[in-house]
Write a protein that binds this ligand. Structure first.
Ligand code: CP
Ligand code: NVA
Length: 313
């Protein structure tokens, strides 16, 4: 792959996968594979020399923050961690003004926040690409790393069945989008009241590449049957802490454990975006078991983020 070749994604935002076509998403995946291979071989890849990424965080983060910072460093640029507690946003400066100012110093802006609308508003006022590092609604950078991990484990994506268990949250929504783009079957197993938003399901339907299928079921066993990938996420996301007791009760039957894993294909893999609450949505033994690719998935955040940065910036 020629890394200096012009690509059509230059200048584009990465806010929602609904803005991406299957071939554009595939380009990012191929680029991630290439950049990972170069790093493993010790081949430098300073594609963003002299460029900077402003990284606004209004919620906690381990993986997203560190992997984007390290990715910028490996690409020859600089990632600047900006906690909203320390920015003037925290004292009420409008996002529009912040966007204009940060865009005048940086070639890109990454933001992790609560409101998805706020990210769209930021992008409207920033002249540089804006990357969504997680909102209450979507987590699109995670989904690219997830697809990279599945591709590495299975050698393909199209036609595979991914079963998602638990809360139809931001991670689930971006997985619906990513599976649609990659021609995969996604079966979400969620209790009543925790289904993914109808809007996200409709978006997935509209984005479907050949082979893609999206269904929501209640029974976790039905979802797990013959699955290639089992995926779960926390039952209480950031910002929902007050609901945690109700959620624990409602989602209790959706744990990814050894019993559930036995229903999947014998070579199925298990993914979790992390952080995990061991003993709640996933057991220790599955997380540490031979079918878990959870820590490979976490590493792949960095390789996937490099692809996003190299393509857009
Ligand atoms: N998966 C994920 O986004 O992790 P962090 O919250 O640690 O960034
Ligand atoms: N659904 C989780 C994902 C964390 C990476 C949250 O929003 O807290």
């Amino acid at each position: 792959m020629d890394l200096n070749q012009e690509n059509s994604l230059r200048g584009k935002d990465y806010i929602s996968l609904t803005d991406y076509k299957p071939e554009e998403f595939r380009y990012l995946l191929d680029l991630a594979v290439e950049l990972k291979a170069r790093q493993k071989k010790g081949i430098p890849h300073p594609l963003l020399q002299g460029k900077t990424l402003a990284m606004i965080f209004q919620k906690a983060s381990t993986r997203t923050r560190v992997s984007f910072e390290v990715a910028m460093y490996h690409l020859g640029g600089l990632g600047m961690f900006l906690s909203s507690n320390d920015l003037q946003i925290g004292r009420g400066e409008p996002i529009q003004d912040t966007a204009r100012v940060l865009a005048s110093y940086s070639e890109g802006i990454l933001i992790r926040t609560f409101s998805h609308q706020e990210v769209i508003s930021l992008a409207r006022h920033a002249k540089v690409p804006v990357i969504n590092g997680l909102t209450d609604d979507e987590h699109p950078t995670q989904a690219l790393a997830d697809m990279l991990t599945i591709l590495e484990a299975k050698g393909k994506l199209q036609g595979l069945k991914l079963a998602y268990f638990g809360d139809g949250n931001n991670v689930a929504v971006s997985l619906i989008h990513a599976c649609a783009l990659c021609g995969m079957e996604i079966v979400l197993s969620c209790p009543e009241g925790y289904r993914p938003p109808e809007k996200a399901l409709a978006q997935g339907e509209a984005m479907k590449a050949p082979g893609a299928r999206i269904t929501v079921v209640q029974d976790p066993k039905e979802a797990a049957a013959q699955a290639d990938v089992l995926y779960t996420d926390v039952w209480t996301s950031m910002g929902q802490e007050k609901e945690s007791a109700i959620r624990l009760k409602a989602l209790g039957g959706y744990q990814v454990n050894d019993e559930l894993l036995k229903l999947a294909k014998p070579d199925a893999i298990v993914l979790h975006c992390l952080p995990a609450h061991r003993g709640e949505e996933i057991t220790d033994s599955v997380m540490e078991g031979p079918q878990s690719k959870i820590f490979e998935e976490a590493e792949n955040r960095m390789h996937a983020h490099k692809a996003i940065l190299a393509a857009l910036l």
